[in-house]
Design a protein around this ligand. Structure first.
Ligand SMILES: Nc1ncnc2c1ncn2[C@@H]1O[C@H](COP(=O)(O)OP(=O)(O)OP(=O)(O)O)[C@@H](O)[C@H]1O
Ligand SMILES: [Mg+2]
Length: 246
């Protein structure tokens, strides 16, 4: 069974065509990467899969559910980490996690259990006792990722999960994502500008440019396709100078 099945997804914002007919199949249990230049349509695609934006045209099934007809059902089984999101600055890191855990369960014991899982995923340690408003951008990002994964979504949609993180924090986040997929048997779809990250995490990757998928395959297949030694050069070759907004 597929985690995501998108056919002919088009999204128009006024006169701007952000997506021009995207077909995509994401398998259950895989980490699927979406890459491409700024303005390519990655966030728009992820927001559509997360049912936050309705496509102008096309069909979409998420975890077997028709996402256009039943977005509320889809939301019960997915988690979404937005590109831009913030924490509650006046709550501590721990209180942030507990707040979100309480939204999904009536049981205080269960909420604490979820928040403890979140605390572990965040890797923030003692900093969880500090007000989140005092956190660096990277620390906020880790708290938000933990908030998303601790609810154990069947499908986690992560928009640039490691943007702005230092090398060590980014490795921590990548390990947390890999472990999540391994232990929960969940599916992840993520966008990234870091090709090392994509190579490390993703079983398959789609390169988007100008609202269309221009290449899709395993990192190995994409390197072979472009006859390039690494993903970065492969993507540059595949984009062939046609980089940017259309
Ligand atoms: N709400 C909106 N209203 C108008 N245009 C939008 C809106 N959201 C996105 N766009 C446009 O759609 C295109 C795709 O944007 P999107 O945010 O999906 O790109 P992206 O691939 O995520 O880029 P980045 O790498 O910078 O995050 C851009 O041209 C953008 O300006
Ligand atoms: Mg984006």
């Amino acid at each position: 069974m597929l985690a995501v099945e998108a056919r002919g997804i088009v999204k128009r914002f006024g006169r701007k065509l952000a997506l021009r007919g995207v077909d995509l199949e994401v398998r259950r249990g895989e980490v699927f990467g979406v890459v491409g230049p700024n303005g390519a349509g990655k966030t728009t695609l992820l927001r559509i899969i997360a049912t936050l934006v309705k496509p102008t045209a096309g069909s979409l099934r998420v975890m077997g559910i028709d996402a256009i007809e039943n977005p509320a059902e889809v939301r019960k089984v997915i988690g979404y980490l937005p590109e831009e999101a913030d924490v509650y600055p006046r709550l501590t890191g721990w209180e942030n996690l507990l707040f979100y855990a309480r939204l999904v369960t009536g049981s205080e014991a269960e909420a604490r259990k979820l928040a403890r899982l979140g605390a572990e995923i965040s890797g923030l340690g003692d900093a969880l006792r500090r007000k989140a408003g005092t956190y660096s951008r990277g620390m906020r990002r880790r708290l938000l990722l933990a908030r998303t994964l601790m609810l154990r979504p069947q499908l986690a949609i992560l928009d640039e999960p490691t943007s702005g993180l230092d090398v060590f924090s980014a490795i921590g986040v990548r390990r947390a994502i890999a472990r999540y997929v391994r232990e929960e048997g969940a599916t992840v779809i993520l966008s990234s500008h870091n090709m090392l990250e994509v190579e490390y995490l993703c079983s398959r990757v789609a390169l988007i440019n100008n609202g269309v998928i221009v290449a899709l395959g395993t990192p190995e297949e994409i390197k072979e396709m472009a006859n390039a030694p690494n993903l970065e050069e492969a993507f540059l070759k595949l984009l062939g100078g046609g980089v940017g907004e259309g």
